[in-house]
Write a protein that binds this ligand. Sequence first.
Ligand SMILES: [Ca+2]
Length: 281
Amino acid sequence: MNKERIACLSTLLALSLLPTGCNRGKEPAPDTPPPDAEPAPAAAIEADDPSDAVSETRQNWVSPATNMEFVWLEDLNLWAGRYEVTNEDYRAKAPDHDSGRYRDQSLNENRQPVTRVNFEDAIAFGHWLTEQDREALPAGYAYRLPTEQEWLAYALCGGEHEYPWGADWPPTSGQAGNYRDATAHGALNIETDMADYKDGFAVAAPVEQTWANAWGLHGVGGNVWEACLSDNDHGKPGAWRGASWYNHDQRLLKAAYRYVCESGERIDISGFRLVLAPIAP
Ligand SMILES: [Ca+2]
């Protein structure tokens, strides 16, 4: 068992053993609110003019190597993964990867999102998939993690509302993502601030079964935290966005919330989604 796994399990074990009422505030420690933490309007995203070659391919994209689906987002001039990267997708590169379990619940089914990956793993998967699909990719495009600004734009579908599903708290059952809901409360016997919300899943949900937003992207809010790159340096980690199946704290579910942890940490609630985007000049 590696050091990161031990740290992860220790953290989750500690949380699971907390007395009733003490779980709140023990979710991933908040980053110091950055001055740029408010949602950015989509207009802040500057998209380059696509080349003629790319404009002929503006339909949804399927990776030849993995069958991963990507949705063309005209506002951002890129394709975004319709789903979070699954265990099945990830095991095309790393056959022995195991996303493990939380208590008696599996996190390792093929269509659940991959977890127990860190920034380095996620960035490497994008590079690997680019090499696998290189002959088929639109000229000038490659797979990578989204930047935080890109994530925020498609998480809110270009809007400025507070949560991925809109402005209401709590969300309406069936109209938001997979969080620590009434299902988790019942199955895991853990406290939740979302007892009136039911998404049907105690832990990570199969990616196709998570709520889709107006741009057709599933699971942007909840399911697993999604690794995003720095807005200023696309080669460096930025933060994890979107919360997860384990989270229920209203503050952490806001679209503007940034979860910053050690880039080497691999935990049960952190995964990623890829975009297919123009290669930086
Ligand atoms: Ca849930």
